[in-house]
Write a protein that binds this ligand. Structure first.
Ligand code: SAH
Ligand code: SF4
Ligand code: F3S
Length: 467
């Protein structure tokens, strides 16, 4: 139904006076890819005269960029929509316009069902169709309700504007850059292959151009994003196929760029070149998010992760040999169908063996339509709760140990934004920790040498190092 929409050429000017001064409020749920997408939607709407607001009360358009990964995430969207419906009624009573849009993974998974469940919704766009949002909004103004979740025949990136020069006084020092989307892995618990579609890699030139634009806007640290970022593959100059490692070597040549990161990786796609990049590129930060989900081979098999626990541990050892200061982060699921006490203990054992600087852990959430939903022996909620508490206690202990081991160390700190107290800034350590230090606002974007002096609950404190 949506292929007939004309794609208008992107114009350079902030045109369309009829829309001038309209405000959009965007609420982002879920992963960093949604954060990136929200930024791109904001850029696209910016070209139509919209400015972004942090206050929903001021908004003419509210966009929920949604996540479908666990049941709770999807439920949140409907309760938010209920509140927005009430706001819309009030606005309409005042004769004011109020448009409600749903984007992201719930939009993709549920499509028209959203407008059936919540008729106040005016527009639904998926992760592959949000570049058509300006056209969809025009149709909404003509009284239509638009559901546009058909996978686009065109490449959305070709139709999105480059991020404009920031108007803010405080420059944005770090940025996400999506290089790969979708997933072909089909882990049996996961909705991503259904909401984001199959794996697609963006071409090298497109990525380099976007990176250069961001750097010219003042960005110093880039995080390359993908649901399976290390499955990124594309033709490099000369026709040779590049993997993510090669791409990182290329991006490292961009003048002015100081730091590179990437997320999220699958253990099966950590190839030699990528591991070598960790050895060779100082600007590739020594921090790796490498989810394993479980430490039990039986459960890993049922999850279709396609590797054994011992292979994961051996991989980590190889990476640590190449880059001894690397810190590890991971994702874990407890209570996958059929998980016994012994399986769970194997996960605890793996965590003890690896030692994580940071981690995310979740109770298994049944997702209709995934193979996991049909498996026998679902685990009781109380058992999941108890296992999650034990796992999180261990992970938190490791996280604290890692932070405490940093005290006394001299590190490079990328200064990002004002801190809580005047005269303080917050920076990022190479290991992604937030660090508070006395510094001037004019230093935002600088990398300074500091010594870590103490740890706080979620951040570290530092002072300028002598050297
Ligand atoms: N592509 C990444 C993960 C993307 S989803 C990878 O393969 O590692 C982010 C995390 O959400 C997953 O790593 C997993 O730990 C968690 N997750 C995904 N589906 C889930 C489910 N049905 N229940 C609970 N946690 C889930
Ligand atoms: Fe989901 Fe597995 Fe794909 Fe990660 S690799 S997005 S967990 S299906
Ligand atoms: Fe959620 Fe979609 Fe990301 S389901 S985790 S927003 S890819």
């Amino acid at each position: 139904m949506t292929q007939d929409i004309l794609i208008e050429p992107v114009s350079d000017t902030v045109a369309n006076t009829s829309l001038a001064a309209k405000k959009v409020f965007i609420k982002t749920y879920g992963c960093q890819m949604n954060v990136y997408d929200s930024g791109r939607m904001s850029d696209a709407l910016g070209q139509e005269g919209y400015t972004q607001t942090d206050n929903v009360e001021d908004a003419d358009l509210v966009l929920l960029n949604t996540c479908h990964i666990r049941e709770k995430a999807a439920e949140k969207v409907y309760s938010a929509l209920g509140r927005l419906r009430e706001m819309k009624k009030e606005r309409q009573a005042q004769g004011r316009e109020f448009t409600i849009g749903v984007a992201g993974c719930v939009a993709q998974a549920e499509g028209e069902e959203i407008t059936r469940r919540e008729p106040a919704v005016d527009v639904v766009v998926g992760p592959q169709t949000y570049h058509r949002l300006p056209q969809a909004l025009k149709r909404v103004r003509n009284g239509e309700r638009v559901v546009d979740t058909d996978y686009a025949v065109e490449d959305k990136f070709e139709h999105l504007p480059q991020a404009p020069k920031p108007k803010l006084v405080i420059r944005q020092v770090t940025a996400f850059l999506t290089v790969q989307e979708g997933c072909d892995k089909f882990c049996t618990f996961c909705v991503v292959p259904y909401t984001r579609g199959s794996e697609v890699s963006r071409p090298v030139e497109q990525i380099v151009a976007e990176a250069e634009n961001l750097v010219s806007n003042g960005v110093r640290e880039l995080t390359l994003l993908g649901q399976n970022v290390n499955a990124w593959r594309a033709k490099g100059p000369g026709g040779k196929t590049w993997g993510l490692g090669e791409l990182l070597y290329r991006l490292a040549e961009i003048p002015g760029l100081a730091r590179l990161r990437y997320t999220t990786s699958h253990p099966r796609d950590m190839d030699d070149r990528l591991i070598e990049a960790h050895r060779d590129l100082r600007m590739l930060m020594p921090y790796l998010h490498l989810p394993v989900q479980s430490g039990s081979d039986r459960i890993l098999k049922a999850m279709n992760r396609r590797h054994k626990a011992s292979e994961y541990v051996a991989l980590i050892e190889r990476i640590r040999e190449m880059r001894p200061d690397i810190a590890l982060s991971g994702d874990f699921i407890v209570g996958f169908p059929g998980e016994t006490d012994a399986d769970f203990e194997a996960t605890m054992e793996l965590v003890r063996t690896v030692g994580y600087a940071q981690a995310y852990s979740f109770k298994y959430s049944t997702r209709p339509g995934t193979p996991g939903a049909d498996l026998p022996d679902h685990v009781a909620e109380e058992v999941k709760t108890e296992r999650l508490a034990r796992l999180q206690e261990l992970l938190l202990q490791q996280q604290k140990q890692f932070a405490e081991a940093c005290v006394g160390k001299e590190i490079d700190l990328l200064l990002e934004k004002p801190g809580r107290n005047a005269g303080q800034l917050i920076g990022r350590s190479p290991w992604l920790q937030s660090v508070n230090v006395d510094a001037k606002t004019s230093q935002i974007g600088d990398i300074i040498r500091v010594r870590i002096t103490s740890t706080g609950s979620n951040s570290l404190f530092a002072e300028m190092a002598e050297s």
